[in-house]
Design a protein. Structure first.
Length: 116
């Protein structure tokens, strides 16, 4: 009877680990594929600037027009219409480089060693 309980516990743990791993990989796939985001040809967020926690100013493009809006947790407020000549649209094509976590730790360790 005792061994049967141990085997059931091991089986439950294996199933739990499998479900956990499957959840991790499916979440990662959904994040990369953009399945959740709806694709729009006429609406784009050009730039977002964080003012404070949960408070942002965004420049958005609706069709061929540009607007600035203030975004908070509960509200979106129209600020002003913008002309394309007022904006620097050249930097929007730059690719953001994301370092692996291991590289970030190595850089941090090197910086701390230099400071000592």
């Amino acid at each position: 009877m005792h061994w049967q309980n141990v085997l059931e516990l091991i089986a439950v743990l294996i199933v739990f680990i499998f479900v956990l791993a499957a959840t991790y990989y499916v979440t990662k796939w959904i994040g990369r594929s953009g399945v959740i985001q709806t694709q729009s040809k006429n609406i784009k967020v050009i730039e977002t600037f964080k003012i404070a926690q949960n408070k942002y100013i965004q420049i958005i493009q609706l069709g061929d027009r540009y607007y600035s809006i203030a975004v908070t947790k509960d509200h979106i407020t129209f600020l002003t219409a913008l002309e394309e000549e007022q904006l620097d649209l050249t930097s929007k094509d730059k690719e953001v480089t994301v370092l692996p976590f291991r590289d970030m730790l190595d850089r941090l360790n090197k910086r701390q060693k230099k400071e000592k």
